[in-house]
Ligand binder design. Structure first.
Ligand SMILES: Cc1cc2nc3c(=O)[nH]c(=O)nc-3n(C[C@H](O)[C@H](O)[C@H](O)COP(=O)(O)OP(=O)(O)OC[C@H]3O[C@@H](n4cnc5c(N)ncnc54)[C@H](O)[C@@H]3O)c2cc1C
Length: 495
């Protein structure tokens, strides 16, 4: 088997997962990353004694990560520490309601029953509905490639097909949530999970109500040493498996003849490979690496609506400025529908944004100088459509400061000691993601799950896709699964 050679383009989480697994099959793997370090969107930033994770902050479905290590005979605990959170998130509403989403389900239901007009029984019913969607769809939609015929023969899939109606794809997330809850604060809380894949709850199918199950019934987790330890550890794991890491090497082309992949072009040199896995964004792969602007797949994918992006402010903050904060915090907007209209229809940053604050120094004091806190302050932003990002950033910053001051009752401006900013344009440039979208295409239509790029190209033999813009989508567990699906297909079709 070792005479087979594979190139992986990109050292994001999906590329790293694919590299580890493919090398585990005894194939010679070379991974090419254009930057001097792996991680892609999962990166880190150091500033005046503060450390920040620049991309993902929340880890769900840690078993996906653990099994990646276990499958090659390693224990994830030798690399970093995964801890469950006792509070998933703290929610702050414009009417001064504060809701803590406790990990303990009885505590959470009691919190909802105390702070809102909804009953604990209703929340229980909702989480059981969410669990039902996961039970029916996870095998087909998350753990396998829905585009491969063989998937439909496999265990679980026939059951899903017979019960498609139970996946609730005919209603939108918001419509389904309003059928469970009357209190708009609870509807908003559960609508918010649609943003976990960069979509609009007023358009996305209610199948996405699978996400609350993942958080409330399976848990939310932190990596004590920082999320960036994940790609760092995967890089080491890949090398242990024999993967050769080529950092600071940008792949210029995927070379093919008669629709058969032959290798890649790096520094104007053609390097032959038997097959190639692209962890680069799908649109960029077609446009820049395959120089394919005309095939059906290339055109189709280019015209699909990208997911939302993000505007992130990394703030060093004097500690203790707000005693109310948990690790993850949401300060809600007063008109969620308007906010998503601005994001997806008008493509501007919201005038009244929902603000997310993540503070890892609350569980890892080493992330900030003594007596300080590292605030990762993020709002959902439209994908890059040529907006004036300097203007959008300045205006959004004022709105964010106002929201924090009014909901947390503090003067945040006086307590920010240093700052760095990431715009959707920066995300596009740094990670080559199409228009700076975070999660590939949006799920704002019933068919989106089927429109994502399949993991094995039908058009180019020997070309595979992994990462957030390919099936099954973005977010840490899903891109790790895309690496697994990709490796499984390689095993089936290349060995
Ligand atoms: C602000 C933000 C917040 C997020 N929050 C969360 C969260 O809380 N939880 C969660 O689960 N997920 C979150 N995500 C999403 C998550 O980070 C991504 O889904 C995931 O990291 C993407 O991994 P990927 O495999 O698609 O690779 P990417 O991260 O997109 O990396 C692709 C890599 O390929 C490299 N590359 C591209 N083209 C070439 C080339 N031609 N040659 C060589 N190298 C190339 C790039 O440099 C990059 O390193 C967030 C993302 C962002 C940006």
């Amino acid at each position: 088997m070792a005479d087979k050679r594979c190139a992986i383009i990109g050292g994001g989480l999906g590329g790293l997962a694919a590299a580890v697994r493919i090398a585990g099959y005894g194939i010679a793997v070379d991974l090419y990353e254009q930057h001097d370090h792996v991680g892609g969107k999962a990166n880190e930033l150091h500033m005046e004694g503060f450390r920040f994770d620049t991309g993902p902050s929340l880890l769900t479905m840690p078993f996906v990560l653990e099994s990646l290590f276990a499958d090659v005979g390693e224990d994830v605990r030798n690399y970093f520490t995964i801890n469950p959170l006792a509070q998933h998130c703290k929610y702050f509403y414009p009417d001064s309601t504060e809701i803590t989403a406790f990990a303990d389900s009885d505590d959470f239901m009691r919190e909802i029953a105390t702070k809102t007009t909804e009953s604990a029984a209703n929340v229980k019913k909702y989480l059981s509905y969410s669990k039902g969607i996961y039970g029916l769809s996870a095998d087909l939609f998350l753990f396998n490639d829905i585009h491969e015929f063989s998937t439909y023969r496999e265990q679980g899939s026939p059951k899903t097909l017979l019960n498609l109606w139970k996946l609730d794809s005919l209603r939108t997330v918001h419509r389904a949530n309003t059928s469970f809850f009357r209190d708009p604060r609870v509807v908003q809380l559960f609508d918010r999970y649609t943003t976990y894949n960069g979509s609009n709850p007023y358009k996305a199918p209610a199948t996405l109500n699978i996400i609350p199950h993942v958080e409330y019934n399976m848990g939310s987790f932190i990596v004590r040493e920082g999320i960036y330890r994940i790609p760092q550890a995967l890089g080491k794991l890949a090398e242990k498996q024999g993967v050769t890491m080529h950092t600071n090497r940008r792949v210029e082309r995927i070379v093919h003849a008669n629709k058969q992949v032959q290798g890649i072009l790096v520094d104007s040199e053609m390097i032959p490979y038997d097959f190639v896995c692209s962890n680069a964004d799908v649109v960029t792969t077609y446009r820049d690496l395959l120089k394919d602007e005309t095939s059906r797949d290339a055109k189709r994918y280019r015209h699909l609506e990208p997911s939302s992006s993000a505007l992130v402010f990394f703030w060093g903050v004097r500690g203790g400025v707000s005693k109310k904060l948990s690790v993850h915090n949401i300060l809600f907007s007063s008109d969620y529908k308007e906010e998503f209209g601005e994001l997806f229809d008008r493509k501007v940053c919201p005038r009244d944004p929902t603000v997310y604050i993540y503070c890892s120094s609350l569980f890892n004091p080493a992330d900030a100088p003594k007596g300080n806190e590292n605030w990762f302050v993020m709002i959902n932003a439209p994908y890059d459509d040529g907006q004036d990002w300097e203007h959008e950033t300045q205006e959004s910053r004022k709105r964010i400061v106002h929201k924090i001051d009014s909901l947390l009752h503090i003067d945040i401006e006086r307590n920010v000691t240093c700052e760095r900013i990431t715009t959707p344009q920066d995300i596009a440039v740094q990670t080559m993601s199409h228009r700076g979208s975070i999660y590939g295409i949006s799920s704002n239509s019933r068919t989106a799950a089927f429109m994502r790029q399949r993991n094995r190209s039908k058009r180019y033999r020997g070309l595979y896709f992994c990462g957030g813009s390919a099936h099954p989508g973005g977010g840490i567990p899903l891109v790790l699964l895309s690496g697994k699906i990709c490796a499984d297909l390689v095993k089936r079709f290349e060995l």
